[in-house]
Design a protein around this ligand. Structure first.
Ligand code: PEP
Ligand code: MG
Length: 756
């Protein structure tokens, strides 16, 4: 171990002392660069800090002209220092002046120094500055010297991030860390949220940077690595992963990385240089992230992100950290920022503290987004880079109307948004006034506007939104938020609560729709499929596990004693599945009546149209069920072969297109022909423009997120439906399938003053 006088360990020890001393920030910095210069036997050591205006300013130097401090400046990308900051990579040169990027700053007097070693000051992959050492002689710095300088740079990054250096900035100038940034994503759920960043799975904050004893830390690292490897091996040997497929490939890659000698060596080196095991992981991770940001090859980026996840796991191992008690650490106006997350994870957050959601990934019909919509959370998705640019506690604005996210907004932006929030409140008031008006078009056609729900928290919205019923109750949400299968009593309790809250309004319970992207962590078997969307899910799964379906049906029958019970089956592919389910229901009814249970007064069974195969069985289907509900999210996914959760193709095809609308019309017409009510409960129902299209092709009953009812009702109250129907009929009869239906609808709305 290199623990000689003047080695990196001694340097870190000295830095620790300097950090603890009561010094003014400038003096502390001056002493730090002096220590580094001495320790590394360099004539010069300088620190440049990146400002919000993309200028690197000399903050401290040992060796260069002292009067150039805070005066010498380089733009990002300019000179050697600017190149290091822009590329986030170190530069090690024996003759710096020969380098093509060299830029001479006369005020510094650096012309006499030839060799140059500069490293970026990085934090969570972001460059905050550049640290440089220089010598007169033309020497080449050794690998361990580079490591040592990078380690010191990490300590300085902490000083910048904790605001230590902010006090040295001149008024009007800010460091890059506090720079306001506006990012564009896609609007996933309406609404505007003002609040503070909560990073989902926040980067673990490493507070103990310096180690007391490298050997102890090396041992801790080894133990943590061992358990990490074991846990990966464990995952790999599980039966459900033991076939080829993407999951396995990813896990294999993890295993490879966990045993990657280069990675482990760099971790060990950082510890040998005086860091704790945690700080070492963070340092190596930060270097990786910085490199990742500059990588364009998607395959390599993906691999790097595996390393990133692995480092997070390793940090958790080291810190023995379980998921934190969320409620306690959450600000009262939390805006959750995540790369992606599961629907259940969002529900772990206390609703009353949430103001918005920002995702780097996600698609409008992915379940996390549906849940966000159900709880009325302003949501913006596909915001690239937002996680690495955010710090916990940063002020943030989420604009779910135009898909903007403003991080650390300036006062005028904040004021403009506060105004926008007030405007929205006025509009909300207008919707409330509409609430008790019947949902009727201008030409007096009545439409049933119903709401989608899934949890007890949704129930107050039934009265608030003015919905005439619950058109889709997603019963699987109760299963998704639970730690184990909810018992029959718990199911019955929820269903009873729902029916009590609904009073006279009808409620349609969908039997559990798990599988696909709705994974229950405690339910083994359905999770590791190569094509989960096409796999063992929804009614396929419940018919194979009749115990599950029977339990749920029993709970529903009991909860609905003395009133009407409406149930529907998700993902029906063949009419025979409806018959099978009906048999199970009948058997349960007989069973309960044998024990003299109070039974529902009426029982209605429906099927969701989500699988295209049903389109060729519409006649049989309409006769086999009491009602039909179109699940346009899944139907569109299967009709266009477009994964509803895949961000790359989320916008590629438009459901408001001739072929898809023709198909939706075919379903509603079949319903009319057989006297079977048809409704539609996918996300299409919830946007005024697509709701308008649905009315235009014959739908008279739609179900949507509660917050959408106001805007949809405002639209339909101004609608001359007969005229629109004519326009739609013509458009769909036209044999040019490329007609821009969306534009046509907009034109119609403009011409007739229909608010969209
Ligand atoms: C649908 O697929 O349109 C639907 C309503 O069901 P879910 O979104 O829950 O899959
Ligand atoms: Mg569905």
């Amino acid at each position: 171990m290199r623990d000689t006088a003047g080695g990196p360990r001694v340097l870190l020890r000295r830095l620790r002392e300097l950090m603890a001393e009561a010094l003014e920030p400038q003096e502390r910095l001056d002493r730090i660069v002096r220590e580094i210069a001495q320790n590394m036997v360099a004539e010069v050591c300088s620190l440049y800090v990146l400002r919000a205006d993309s200028v690197l300013e000399l903050y401290a130097t040992e060796g260069l002209n002292p009067s150039s401090v805070h005066l010498a400046q380089l733009r990002l990308g300019q000179g050697l220092v600017g190149s290091i900051a822009a590329s986030a990579r170190p530069l090690n040169l024996s003759d710096a002046q020969k380098h093509p990027a060299f830029a001479y700053l006369p005020e510094t007097g650096e012309e006499i120094y030839h060799s140059f070693l500069g490293v970026p000051v990085l934090r969570a992959g972001r460059t905050l500055g550049v640290l440089v050492v220089q010598n007169r002689t033309m020497r080449h710095y050794r690998e361990d010297e580079l490591e040592a300088l990078e380690t010191v740079a990490m300590v300085i990054a902490e000083m910048i991030a904790t605001g230590d250096l902010a006090r040295l900035t001149r008024p009007g100038i800010e460091l890059d860390l506090s720079r306001p940034v506006s990012l564009k994503g896609l609007p996933f759920n309406e609404g505007v949220g003002l609040g503070h960043v909560v990073l989902h799975e926040p980067r673990i904050v490493v507070t103990a940077l310096f180690n007391e004893d490298s050997d102890v830390e090396l041992e801790r690292l080894e133990t943590a690595l061992d358990s990490l490897r074991l846990s990966i091996d464990d995952m790999l040997s599980r039966r459900d992963v033991a076939f080829e497929g993407e999951h396995r490939a990813v896990l294999e890659a993890y295993r490879m990385f966990a045993n990657d000698r280069g990675w482990v060596r760099r971790l060990q080196e950082a510890i040998n240089n005086g860091l704790t095991a945690e700080a070492a992981v963070e340092k190596v991770q930060s270097d990786m992230r910085a490199r990742m940001l500059h990588m364009t090859d998607p395959y390599l980026r993906e691999r790097m992100s595996d390393f990133d996840d692995l480092a997070n796991r390793l940090l958790r191992q080291l810190m023995g950290r379980g998921p934190e008690a969320l409620a306690e650490i959450l600000p009262k106006d939390a805006i959750v920022v995540a790369r992606s997350m599961g629907a259940a994870e969002l529900l772990d957050y206390p609703r009353h503290k949430l103001r918005g959601l920002v995702l780097e990934e996600g698609a409008p019909t992915s379940h996390i987004v549906i849940v966000a919509r159900a709880i009325g959370l302003p949501t913006v998705g596909q915001v690239k880079g937002v996680v690495s640019m955010s710090e916990n506690g940063d002020a943030i604005i989420v604009d779910g109307e135009d898909g903007q996210v403003h991080l650390r907004p300036q006062a005028d932006v904040e004021a403009a948004y506060a105004e926008k929030v007030r405007f929205r409140a006025r509009r909300q008031k207008h919707y409330q006034e509409l609430r008790d008006r019947p949902a009727e078009t201008k030409d007096r056609v009545h439409v049933d506007l119903m709401m989608n729900a899934g949890l007890a928290v949704d129930l107050p919205q039934l009265a608030q939104s003015g919905a005439v019923g619950i058109g889709l109750f997603r019963t699987e949400l109760q299963f998704m938020v639970a730690a184990a299968f909810p018992r029959v009593e718990a199911q019955e309790r929820l269903y009873r609560e729902v029916l009590d809250a609904a009073g006279d309004k009808p409620v349609t319970f969908r039997t559990i729709d798990i599988g696909g992207d709705k994974v229950l962590p405690y339910f083994k078997g359905a999770q590791q499929e190569e094509n989960p969307a096409l796999g063992w899910r929804a009614v396929r799964l419940t018919l194979d596990r009749p115990g599950l379906l029977r339990t749920q049906i029993r709970a529903l029958l009991k909860a609905a004693g003395g009133r009407e019970l409406r149930m529907m089956l998700p993902m029906v592919t063949e009419v025979g599945e409806v018959r099978q389910a009906r048999d199970i229901i009948d058997r349960e009814v007989r069973h309960l009546s044998r024990f003299a249970h109070h039974l529902p007064t009426r029982l209605k069974l429906g099927a969701m149209v989500e699988v295209p195969a049903l389109l060729w069985q519409l006649e049989e289907l309409m006769q086999a069920v009491d009602f039909v509900s179109v699940g346009s999210n899944d139907l569109f996914q299967f009709v266009t072969a477009t994964d509803r959760g895949n961000t790359r193709i989320a916008d590629r095809f438009d459901p408001l297109s001739v072929p898809f609308l023709r198909l939706l019309r075919q379903i509603v017409r079949a319903g009319a022909a057989w006297g079977t009510p048809v409704t539609l409960c996918g996300e299409l129902a919830g946007r005024p423009i697509s709701a308008m299209a649905l009315l235009g092709i014959g739908y008279r009953s739609i179900s949507m997120a509660p917050a959408a009812i106001g805007p949809v009702k405002a639209m339909l109250c101004e609608l001359q439906l007969a005229e629109l129907t004519k326009v739609m009929d013509e458009a769909l009869a036209n044999h040019s399938a490329s007609t821009d239906i969306r534009a046509l609808l907009r034109q119609f709305a403009d011409a007739h003053d229909v608010p969209l």
